[in-house]
Ligand binder design. Structure first.
Ligand SMILES: [Zn+2]
Length: 81
């Protein structure tokens, strides 16, 4: 993950503009649906995919298995039990 080092203020309605460099790099267009989560370390935001690990909530390296998305870490944990 890159640390871009940009700082933005929320407006009076709680909105924030995602810098154009980040939008271009991540392929985020004008009407892209976004989803976000509050975590212990901060806010996670990404393009909406509807996919999240059913066991731990991770967003990456997901595999569809028996009607659920499972991340590689949880899949490995299940294999080693
Ligand atoms: Zn997981």
């Amino acid at each position: 993950m890159d640390r871009v080092g940009m700082v933005r203020d929320l407006d009076s309605l709680g909105r924030i503009v995602i810098p154009v460099d980040i939008r271009k790099r991540l392929g985020i267009g004008k009407h892209t649906t976004m989803e976000f989560w509050a975590t212990e370390s901060g806010l996670i935001m990404r393009k909406y995919t509807g996919k999240i690990c059913a066991l731990c909530g991770k967003l990456e390296y997901l595999t569809y298995f028996k009607n659920a998305w499972i991340c590689n870490l949880c899949m490995n944990e299940l294999k080693n039990k």
